[in-house]
Design a protein. Structure first.
Length: 435
């Protein structure tokens, strides 16, 4: 094991030995390299005459660029957009995003969390998380309706075992009893369990109520207190898009930080959906845990291991993308712009609710609960989902997603409000055609 990894492990062990028990074998061996990186950083500070350490081309005192590129980057210098970013992410963006996390999650008040490490979108963040914390055979608990890429990343690539529970009760709420049973059953068989919670949920567009969140937090705290190490991953990709008053307005990550030494909370979020910049691929990975008398040292060690994984994987996320996100977040118009876009999506969600309240659809499908996010789903009663998808696509030029045998996912995020009625009427016509 590299001496740098040993040093980081010692810091983590001293702060909270249960974190060391949770780390994967890769995670225990990860470190952030010195070598060229540290020598370049030292030279940047002290090499006032000549600096021949940097792995970029320069002209004069700035990065070498082509005018055909810079023409499209008005207002940004090459040094602040086209050079390599640190594997941790650019410091000012990490600090801005952490501050925003506190503002958006009141339950974080009084809690210390890590500085977010920047990832290449949340998909990459999940992969980095899996490297650091999951070994082959480890169990990951998640509902029976879930984003398909979890299987690719966690099961296919990392060989974790996925364990499922039913997401909704017959009455329409989140099935916290099924969640409780699944978590306790896996805790009885494993020294470490990982629970993946995704709200607003993809594909159903559901966010927990406060009462449901209270139940889930209580279950996880109780299981940790019983002696099982618990890692809870909050995938908050669609955070902030809450459209109904009963939907909890903060991340469950905030409710879990520091509640027990055996519980590690991990927040995966990003500018992707929150700031409507999907192609910029900027995500964040943040830790919240009990970390002893000097939590800043433990968090620094975890950040170094996480950034080391980024370094050994993609080197760093795009500097240009990070700069654009940070410049937007520090613009005086930022909050008003976000609110305006939120209002558009809220109106679309409410239009879907209003349209689907019509009893004419009752014989064709049931509507899964939804109160947030980009999506909603219906459960077909008389026809197969894939047959309906293909039929309405080929016959009426309407695209939806088929999930399994019975479920259709509709992304109302990409529909104009005045197109909602038409879409569901065409789906109903398609059901009638096939029936």
């Amino acid at each position: 094991m590299n001496p740098l990894a040993k040093d980081l492990n010692a810091i983590i062990e001293n702060g909270n030995p249960h974190l060391m028990e949770m780390l994967s074998e890769i995670g225990k061996n990860l470190f952030f390299p010195k070598g060229i990186l540290s020598q370049s950083a030292e030279a940047k500070e002290k090499a006032h005459k000549l600096n021949a350490t940097i792995g970029i081309a320069k002209e004069g005192n700035t990065a070498m660029v082509m005018p055909s590129v810079m023409h499209h980057l008005a207002g940004l210098s090459a040094d602040k957009s086209l050079t390599y970013a640190p594997s941790f992410g650019i410091p000012e963006l990490r600090k801005s995003w952490q501050q925003a996390q506190y503002e958006k999650n009141p339950s974080l008040a009084g809690h210390t969390i890590s500085l977010p490490v920047v990832t290449n979108g949340i998909t990459h963040g999940i992969s980095v998380f899996a490297d650091v914390w999951l070994d082959p055979g480890d169990v990951v608990i998640l509902p029976d309706m879930f984003w398909g890429n979890y299987n690719m990343i966690l099961n296919v690539r990392k060989h974790a075992r996925l364990s499922h529970y039913s997401i909704f009760t017959p009455e329409g709420g989140y099935d916290t009893a099924a969640f409780d049973a699944a978590v306790r059953a896996e805790a009885a068989k494993n020294d470490k369990i990982t629970v993946l919670l995704n709200f607003p949920h993809n594909p159903t567009g559901y966010t927990l109520t406060k009462a449901e969140a209270d139940r889930i937090v209580a279950v996880l705290a109780d299981v940790a207190a019983s002696g099982t190490n618990v890692i809870v991953v909050a995938d908050d990709a669609y955070f902030g898009l809450f459209f109904e008053p009963e939907a909890m307005r903060e991340s469950i990550f905030a409710r879990l930080c520091g509640i027990h030494p055996r519980l590690l909370a991990v927040k995966l979020d990003g500018a992707t959906k929150e700031n409507y910049v999907w192609g910029l691929r900027i995500g964040f990975l943040t830790y919240g845990c009990q970390a002893g008398a000097a939590p800043e040292k433990v968090y620094d060690a975890l950040e170094r291991k996480t950034a080391g994984d980024v370094r050994g994987n993609i080197s760093n996320a795009s500097h240009l993308s990070q700069r654009l996100v940070h410049e937007s977040m520090t613009n005086p118009a930022y909050k008003a712009e976000k609110e305006a876009k939120y209002k558009i999506l809220e109106a679309r969600a409410k239009k879907v609710k209003a349209v689907l309240a019509d009893p004419k659809y009752a014989d064709a499908w049931d509507v899964y609960p939804f109160n947030s996010g980009y999506f909603m789903c219906v459960r077909l009663k008389t026809v197969k989902a894939e047959a309906l998808r293909v039929h309405v696509l080929n016959t009426y030029g309407v695209g939806v997603i088929a999930l399994g045998e019975t479920d259709i996912r509709v992304a109302f995020s990409c529909l104009e409000e005045n197109d909602v009625q038409d879409l569901f009427d065409i789906l109903l016509q398609g059901v009638e055609d096939l029936s």
